[in-house]
Design a binder for this molecule. Structure first.
Ligand code: ADP
Ligand code: ADP
Ligand code: ZN
Length: 216
């Protein structure tokens, strides 16, 4: 299964990606996670990406495309992959088409998680992430059982630097301007399926999995 998760910041891409990746036994590839890892490790890539991310802007296409291309060539992607947060611009989508053509593989589905703009800010600002295992929580909608501590590994929870109201608002605008055109891009190619992302986390997962299993 070769899948893309599309949706605005806070839509629930990362949350759903964990479930889908486990269900279909495919690697979850999040470009945001790759950048955050590089920032933490202090790499050149991390240094270049950080200023864009802190401002809520997109990292330039040429930096992103190269890391995704390298990642897709790894052995664990042979039977499929789940892209989360990539592509985010039309040039990225075109580059991905080229890379997949060269690899002689085709995309199965683009899953568009739909959530109203008003809800997104509250979701992103209340997001907390585990330092140990990367699990995602929400202070109100999906809290851990002990405050600031991960249920899965006991790690401490943190808030992303870019999950403040001003930066989230900017990221949503960037999504509307630069990423929304991908909906039409994939619709035209017959790849797009919309999912109602405003339901309970488990129901969203159920809808996605049954859609993928039925192939509709
Ligand atoms: P994205 O990767 O699209 O930015 P996340 O999966 O990180 O989104 O989710 C953003 C925040 O919203 C997280 O705190 C997550 O726990 C919460 N969340 C995700 N899905 C739902 C949902 N269906 N209902 C309520 N909160 C959700
Ligand atoms: P969210 O799921 O909340 O939208 P991500 O973790 O996917 O956030 O992305 C965080 C930031 O990383 C983005 O605001 C952007 O600066 C950068 N980023 C991630 N993926 C891409 C991409 N495909 N193209 C450009 N920038 C990206
Ligand atoms: Zn954890």
């Amino acid at each position: 299964m070769r899948l893309i998760l599309l949706g605005p910041p806070g839509a629930g891409k990362g949350t759903q990606a964990t479930t889908i990746a486990t269900e279909f036994n495919i690697p979850h590839i999040s470009t945001g996670d790759i950048f955050r890892y590089n920032i933490k490790e202090g790499t050149e890539l991390g240094k270049k990406a950080k200023s864009f991310m802190d401002q809520g802007l997109l990292v330039p296409d040429e930096l992103v495309v190269e890391i995704v291309e390298d990642r897709l060539k790894k052995e664990d992607c042979e039977n499929g992959f789940l892209l989360d947060g990539f592509p985010r611009t039309v040039p990225q989508a075109e580059a991905l088409d080229e890379v997949m053509d060269k690899m002689n593989v085709a995309l199965n589905k683009v899953i568009n998680i739909q959530v109203d703009k008003e809800i997104l800010v509250e979701r992103a600002v209340g997001r907390r992430i585990c330092k140990g295992c990367g699990a995602t929580y929400h202070i109100k909608f999906n809290p851990s059982s002990t405050i600031d501590q991960c249920d899965k590994c006991g790690g401490s929870l943190y808030q992303r630097d870019d999950d403040n109201e001003a930066t989230v608002t900017r990221r949503i605008d960037v999504y509307l301007n630069e990423t929304m055109p991908l909906i039409e891009y994939y619709e035209k190619r017959g790849k797009l399926t919309a999912i109602d992302g405003q339901q309970h986390i488990d129901k969203v997962a159920e809808d996605i999995i049954s859609m993928l299993r039925s192939g509709k």
